[in-house]
Write a protein that binds this ligand. Structure first.
Ligand code: PSU
Ligand code: MN
Length: 311
């Protein structure tokens, strides 16, 4: 076994070519496919997300671990496999990676694991739906997603739809501030709350176009400042859910979760599935619409970043 971390990576030829030629690439996570949505809509969504990235002129790099290899860029058959296998694929964050690799298993990567692997490959932009964060009830559980500290380590723009109110939004923002991750509002002053376009919290910086985000990322790279810029992009208007109604569903889902004794890494997938059920699928429609919208913005940022880098 080699000590070169890169020896663990399989970079898809299309992604390798784009990176070699300094063309835009957008990394995409895979836990959202296996654990975040039901089959077959998860696979359909993963393919639509990749298509959206291509339509904007960038190359998609869906990331997962297959038979112990870190995959940067997946075949359609591999997306289909992850979606069909669902929660039987291990949800893989930073702590899990060495075991999935040494046991040559399959792992669906969280935001944390995805950006870590994307950074190894030299990718500067990632799109997802929602990031993990500080959970409600953290005083009791100490449940803080590994996504937050990983965002502090890898220099890239991560586009999401804000912070879902299954989390403690205020404390998540405080944690991000502590670890030096700025929260940008893409065409918004308020931190979006995933299903809802607004929250009571203000973003750190409002930027109105992809070029401004790319310029901030360039400065971060040139300064040698580790860590992500979290770009929060509100769910499209026509798919947004009303905040107080969603919060009631989320409260109900959290009560059911506690009664069922669900803890640790099962928390986020459980809550997502429960909210989808309680909202009669509306939250799933919103989830799909916002992921595709994030892929579009991420691709625009990746394109602008390459323009700046190649100037
Ligand atoms: N939020 C969503 N959908 C998801 C996730 C979060 O709306 O699929 C997934 C992402 O992969 C994220 C992970 O990185 O859950 C966070 O899990 P945890 O809280 O266990 O770190
Ligand atoms: Mn957790």
């Amino acid at each position: 076994m080699s000590d070169d971390p890169m020896s663990n990576l399989d970079i898809h030829p299309a992604v390798a070519e784009a990176l070699d030629q300094d063309r835009p690439v957008v990394a995409l996570e895979s836990t959202i496919i296996s654990h975040g949505m039901p089959y077959p809509r998860n696979v359909e969504t993963a393919m639509q997300v990749e298509e959206k990235v291509r339509a904007e002129g960038a190359t998609p790099a869906s990331i997962a671990i297959l038979k112990g290899r870190l995959k940067v860029g997946l075949e359609q058959s591999e997306l289909e496999y992850l979606g069909r296998t669902g929660t039987a694929v291990t949800k893989t964050s930073r702590r899990d990676i060495p075991f999935i690799v040494s046991q040559q298993q399959d792992g669906a990567t969280t935001v944390a694991a995805t950006i870590l692997i994307a950074a190894m490959a030299g990718i500067r932009v990632m799109a997802t739906g929602g990031i993990g964060g500080v959970h409600r009830g953290v005083e009791e559980t100490m449940d803080v997603s590994a996504d937050l500290d990983e965002l502090a380590r890898n220099t890239m723009a991560v586009v999401c739809a804000g912070i879902k109110s299954v989390l403690d939004v205020g404390r998540t923002l405080e944690h991000l501030e502590t670890v030096g991750v700025p929260v940008v509002g893409f065409q918004t002053n308020s931190v979006p709350a995933f299903y809802a376009r607004d929250s009571e919290f203000a973003v750190d910086y409002r930027l109105d176009d992809a070029l401004e985000v790319a310029a901030a990322l360039r400065s971060k790279v040139s300064l040698g400042l580790d860590g992500a810029i979290l770009v929060t992009n509100p769910v499209p208007e026509e798919h947004a859910l009303e905040a107080s109604a969603v919060n009631r569903l989320i409260d109900e889902a959290i009560t059911a979760m506690n009664a069922a004794g669900v803890t640790g890494k099962e928390t986020t997938p459980y809550l997502l599935a429960r909210v989808a059920e309680l909202s009669a699928g509306k939250s799933l429609d919103a989830n799909i619409a916002l992921v595709i919208n994030n892929a579009r913005v991420a691709a625009q940022i990746a394109c602008a970043y390459c323009q700046l880098a190649n100037d």
